[in-house]
Structure formats: structure tokens, C-alpha cells
Design a binder for this molecule. Structure first.
Ligand SMILES: Nc1ncnc2c1ncn2[C@@H]1O[C@H](COP(=O)(O)OP(=O)(O)OP(=O)(O)O)[C@@H](O)[C@H]1O
Length: 204
């Protein structure tokens, strides 16, 4: 199912951040959001994922379709890698985790408590969770933070595989993943104009 974002305006802390953002994401497609720090990539992704309502505009095709992965990994420190993935799979009514372990090179770490993993290993586990959800639209906020070169390549390969199997991916990243098939949307032109107040106070 196609994800359609139309004329979206988002706010943060009561301030207008972005406005007039529109794009489509069809099965098999990847879209990379770019723009300087603070432009609103995280805010936009959160709105698309349904975590924060947009000010105006619409997001269609997202319901029960999105797996969202962001900065906070939310892993269960006292559960093993395998247990974390099984838990996530079960949340989505699934049980298969082997493909995710292989895709993110976690097989040799499968019995380790998540809390004892390095930052990059934790990130790999966080990304492996996307695979076990079975959800078609991956929404990713800076997915490569803490990843070494080899792990970035694993991630890019996982995204490619996901696209080939009819999934799609929307992500904010500052680095070039070498995903030649990905489209890029620079958010800079959509920076919200400073608002003049609609209603002035009575002049007393
Ligand atoms: N609680 C808040 N109150 C006011 N402004 C906020 C609040 N939280 C974030 N902002 C501002 O909202 C804007 C958008 O932030 P956002 O995290 O979406 O940007 P980003 O493009 O993801 O940035 P980065 O590339 O640094 O991750 C930033 O200018 C940020 O300073």
C-alpha cells in the first residue's frame, strides 16, 4: 500500500517547524530525508509514524503498516538478543527471528543480555527488530548512528532486501548509504515561515 503525505505542517514545542511537505512512497521505494540539523526531520518522521499529530495536512496508508526505529533503542537490557527479538516478533503476532539475526550479524551474540552489548551492537539489534515486525513501511531516524562501516553495509543490504520483497523505507540520515535506488527529499525549502499572529490583542 502506498504511503501518501500531503501538505503536512508540523510543530515542535508550539513552534511551526515545517510546512507544505508532500511525498508518496510506494512499495519497493526508499526515500531519504535530508536537511541541516534542526530542520525537522525527526519531527516529520514522528508525525508520519503517528506519534505526534500534524498541525495540518494528511498521512494516508500508514495505519498498521509502519515499523518505526529512532534514537532511543528501547531494548530490554535484562533480556538476551534472542529474547528481545522474540518479544518484538510476538508484539506483532509473529515468531520468526532467524532472518533478522543473520541480516544484522547477531547470531554469535544471540545469548548475550542486550544491556551488555556495545553501542553499535545495540543499534544492530534495534534495527533487527524492524525485520521481525513484518511491517512493510520502515521509518528510520538516523539508523546508522554508532554503526561501523561493515554494519552500515549490512544495514543498506537489509534495506535493499526489504525493498525487493515489496517493503518501503523512509529515513533521515546524514550519511550516504550507497542506496542508489533511494530518492532524496531535501526539507530545507519547507522550513516554516515565522508566523505573524492571526489575532492581535486589543489595543488598550
Ligand atoms: N521541546 C522543544 N521546544 C522547542 N523546540 C524544539 C523542541 N524540541 C525540538 N525543538 C526544535 O525543533 C526543531 C526540529 O527538531 P528535529 O529534531 O525534528 O530536527 P532534525 O532535523 O531531526 O535535527 P537533527 O539533524 O539534528 O537530528 C529544532 O530546531 C529543535 O531545536
Amino acid at each position: 500500500m502506498k504511503l501518501s503525505v500531503r501538505d503536512l505542517a508540523v510543530t515542535r514545542g508550539g513552534l511551526a517547524i515545517l510546512e507544505g511537505v508532500s511525498f508518496d512512497l510506494a512499495p519497493g521505494e526508499a526515500l531519504v530525508l535530508r536537511g541541516p540539523n534542526g530542520i525537522g526531520k525527526t519531527t516529520l518522521l514522528r508525525s508520519v509514524a503517528g506519534l505526534q499529530p500534524p498541525e495540518t495536512g494528511s498521512v494516508t496508508g500508514a495505519e498498521d503498516q509502519i515499523a518505526y526505529a529512532a534514537h532511543s533503542d528501547g531494548l530490554k537490557a535484562m533480556l538476551s538478543v534472542t529474547e528481545n527479538l522474540r518479544f518484538w516478533a510476538s508484539v506483532f503476532g509473529l515468531s520468526e527471528i532467524d532472518a533478522a539475526l543473520v541480516a544484522f550479524d547477531l547470531t554469535s551474540l544471540r545469548n548475550r543480555m542486550a544491556g551488555t552489548l556495545s553501542a553499535g551492537q545495540k543499534r544492530r539489534l534495534g534495527l533487527a527488530r524492524l525485520v521481525v515486525t513484518g511491517r512493510p513501511i520502515w521509518v528510520l531516524d538516523e539508523p546508522t548512528v554508532s554503526l561501523d562501516v561493515a554494519s552500515v553495509a549490512l544495514f543498506a543490504e537489509a534495506v535493499r532486501g526489504h525493498l525487493k520483497s515489496g517493503g518501503s523505507a523512509l529515513m533521515a540520515t546524514h550519511i550516504d548509504l550507497g542506496l542508489t535506488e533511494a530518492r532524496v527529499l531535501d526539507l530545507t525549502p519547507f522550513r516554516a515561515k515565522p508566523r505573524t499572529r492571526q489575532m492581535d490583542e486589543a489595543f488598550l
